[in-house]
Every structure is written in structure tokens, then in C-alpha cells.
Design a protein around this ligand. Structure first.
Ligand SMILES: Cc1cc2nc3c(=O)[nH]c(=O)nc-3n(C[C@H](O)[C@H](O)[C@H](O)COP(=O)(O)O)c2cc1C
Length: 137
């Protein structure tokens, strides 16, 4: 069993979800992720999801298997799967509001369309959101 920490990012397309579907996803994640030492965040865009998961390699692998088979989204595409030394996120949460309040310098990203996003652009988004989370006013 490997305790190596990994950072995993994927993008997926939403399929006719209700608000309740999204609330269910957030609730189950809040329930499951802390006990598996999984942190990160989920962004719900206009037509897609972008999620970062950080934690023990084995836990991330089995969660990603469940997520990729979940029929509440489709075309799940892995963008990043790499070892990490320092987490960007110290807990898990939905961060769409933070995302929507920021300027991304790209019309697709400003519209919450993640479908064609590159790995570098996705990493940049999460690093900016994590920096914002740490700043105090
Ligand atoms: C976009 C999306 C993101 C999800 N993120 C998580 C997550 O971070 N943690 C989690 O436990 N389940 C997540 N899920 C739900 C899983 O696919 C699966 O339904 C859930 O892990 C099953 O949990 P259970 O075995 O406790 O019922 C996500 C589903 C979707 C569609």
C-alpha cells in the first residue's frame, strides 16, 4: 500500500444535472474525503466540472475510479496525476463562487467552460484559487 501523496486533476462534461444532484455530490464528498485524507476542490462551470484531488495515492486512485464511472457527468479526462510535496488545499470544498469572482483572461474560462482546458491552465487555476484562500483581509 502506497502512502505517497499525489495531486490529481480531471475535467468532465456535465449531463443535465439538477441543483440537488450537485448538492448530493458535495455532501458525499464532504462525508468521504476527510476520512481518506483527501483534500482539494471542485469547480462547477457552465457545462463542465474541474476537480483537483490531493491525498494518498491509493485513496485517490480508488476515488477516481468511482468518479469516472459516475453517470452524473461524462467524457471524464485526466489532466494531471503527479507526486506532490506540499498540498495546495488543506481541506476539501466546492469553490465555484471563488472561481466565478475571479478574472481568467480567457473567454471560455470566464464563461465556466473547462472542456478544452490544458493541464497547465488547470494547474494555474487551482494555484490561484489556493493563494486566494490563504490571503486574509
Ligand atoms: C463531478 C463529481 C465529483 C465527485 N467528487 C467526489 C469526491 O470528491 N469524493 C467522493 O467521495 N465522491 C465524489 N463524487 C461521487 C462519486 O462518484 C461516488 O458517487 C461516491 O464517491 C460514492 O460514495 P459512497 O460509496 O460513499 O456512496 C463525485 C461525483 C462527481 C460527478
Amino acid at each position: 500500500m502506497s502512502l505517497q501523496l499525489r495531486r490529481f486533476i480531471y475535467v468532465s462534461e456535465k449531463v443535465g444535472l439538477s441543483e440537488q444532484d450537485v448538492a448530493d455530490i458535495v455532501n458525499v464528498s464532504n462525508q468521504n474525503n476527510p476520512s481518506k485524507d483527501i483534500t482539494g476542490c471542485l469547480l462547477e462551470g457552465s457545462n463542465s466540472f474541474l476537480q483537483i484531488l490531493e491525498g494518498p495515492s491509493d485513496a485517490i486512485k480508488s476515488l477516481y475510479k468511482a468518479i469516472s464511472e459516475d453517470n452524473r457527468h461524462t467524457n471524464v479526462r485526466r489532466l494531471c496525476d503527479e507526486p506532490l510535496n506540499t498540498r495546495l488545499f488543506s481541506d476539501w470544498s466546492m469553490k465555484s463562487d471563488n472561481y466565478n469572482q475571479m478574472e481568467w483572461g480567457d473567454s471560455a474560462l470566464n464563461a465556466g467552460n473547462f472542456i478544452n482546458i490544458s493541464a497547465d491552465a488547470a494547474k494555474n487555476i487551482f494555484s490561484r484559487i489556493s493563494e486566494q484562500g490563504e490571503s486574509s483581509f
